[in-house]
Design a protein around this ligand. Structure first.
Ligand code: HEC
Length: 120
């Protein structure tokens, strides 16, 4: 009987785990393309996007590139794309990291970034 109880518990755990996995998969599928690009291209290594709860992974102050909200106040889409692609400079410096994606991906990323506003 003891082993039956164990089997039932184990099944319950597996079912719960499966539910958790499918919920995350659905949530991810619903994210805007730019958000997915941002994470896939590891921009979140060095940047936060607080409006959607993205935190920067780095603990190094040298790498940290800031919270990318409210960019629309300073940038338009063309200028932002050029900077991310390292084709232009900000304060006399190129962006730290080259962009490896396609033009469509860059467009989706930039459009999404420009929509992010600081909360409150
Ligand atoms: C290795 C760390 C690193 C990675 C990875 C990185 N960045 Fe940056 N980024 C920085 C630093 C450092 C700055 C300079 C911060 C500044 O001067 O405001 C910066 C600046 C920026 C800025 C200008 C911010 C502003 O306030 O004007 C944008 C936009 C930006 N990064 C977008 C991206 C995107 C998009 C990606 C992913 C494709 C990315 N970054 C990946 C480090 C990084």
């Amino acid at each position: 009987m003891r082993s039956l109880g164990f089997a039932v518990t184990a099944l319950g755990i597996v079912a719960l785990a499966l539910m958790a996995v499918s919920a995350t998969a659905e949530e991810e599928a619903a994210l805007p393309a730019g958000h997915k690009e941002f994470v896939a291209l590891k921009c979140n290594m060095c940047h936060a996007v607080s409006s959607v709860g993205i935190e920067a992974k780095t603990k190094s102050e040298k790498m940290f590139g800031g919270d990318l909200v409210g960019l629309g106040e300073e940038w338009d889409a063309k200028a932002l794309a050029a900077y991310v692609k390292q084709e232009s400079e900000k304060d006399g410096e190129q962006h730290k990291k080259g962009f490896k994606g396609s033009d469509e991906e860059l467009q989706a990323l930039v459009d999404w970034l420009l929509e992010q506003k600081a909360e409150g």
